[in-house]
Write a protein that binds this ligand. Structure first.
Ligand code: C5P
Length: 209
């Protein structure tokens, strides 16, 4: 069976950077599942579909053709979509609460990930999408550190406290939802990256493989 590493954790805990670098080290694709929920939210907006309507959002999700290019960028219907930004993350966490949306995304993630193996990151990768993954990681960092990293990434270091509020609210929604809530998978390696560099986090994961 191809190698799968599952990385979950709260918003802006560094999952994407860690997963991307780890995937390069291991020579397998990087699967950014958050980008897929972000694309569903943007597609709903473009089609003027109510993000809070589970069936309508589920229909949009089921109709999306999603893939990743070799650099790990998300392709929607063959086109690269920019799905970044905290605002889109907030919209994504609303559509991600719906069963029909999750059903459509999990099916695609399994097809994409099982073919060549992957390092996949998200909220439910170890608990729902790939519970059979031989290594599951739960990556955390304190809210203040995550907000500062996100603010710097987005070029607005002065907005760290605003981002902290937004991240806390998004995490609360992701933890408290009834379907696939954010939590560590059984047996997950729990890492706090507050005092670790990206390379140190990747080295710890490689050491656990
Ligand atoms: O990881 P990222 O910030 O891009 O994820 C955006 C949102 O998508 C999350 O806040 C969460 O609500 C949702 N998500 C999810 N399950 C995943 C990945 C992301 O519910 N596997």
């Amino acid at each position: 069976m191809p190698l799968i590493v599952a990385i979950d954790g709260p918003a802006a805990s560094g999952k994407s950077s860690v997963a991307e670098l780890l995937a390069q080290h291991l020579g397998v694709p990087f699967l950014n599942s958050g980008a897929m929920y972000r694309a569903v939210a943007l597609a709903c907006q473009r089609a003027s579909v109510d993000l809070d309507d589970p069936l309508a959002a589920g229909e949009v999700a089921a109709g999306l053709e999603l893939d990743f290019d070799s650099s790990g960028a998300l392709l929607v219907g063959g086109e690269i979509w920019d799905v970044g930004g905290e605002e889109v993350g907030e919209l994504a966490s609303r559509v991600a609460q719906h069963g029909p949306v999750r059903h459509a995304m999990v099916a695609r993630q399994r097809i994409l990930g099982r073919h060549h193996g992957c390092v996949a990151e998200g909220r439910d990768i170890g608990t729902v999408v790939f519970p059979e993954a031989p290594l599951k990681v739960f990556l955390m960092a304190s809210p203040g550190v995550r907000a500062m990293r996100r603010a710097e990434q987005e070029g607005h270091p002065e907005r760290a406290s605003e981002y902290e509020q937004e991240l806390r609210e998004r995490d609360r929604r992701d933890r408290e939802r009834s379907i696939a809530p954010l939590r560590p998978a059984a047996g997950a390696l729990e890492l706090n990256s507050d005092d670790l560099t990206l390379e140190q986090v990747v080295a710890s994961i490689l050491g656990a493989l």
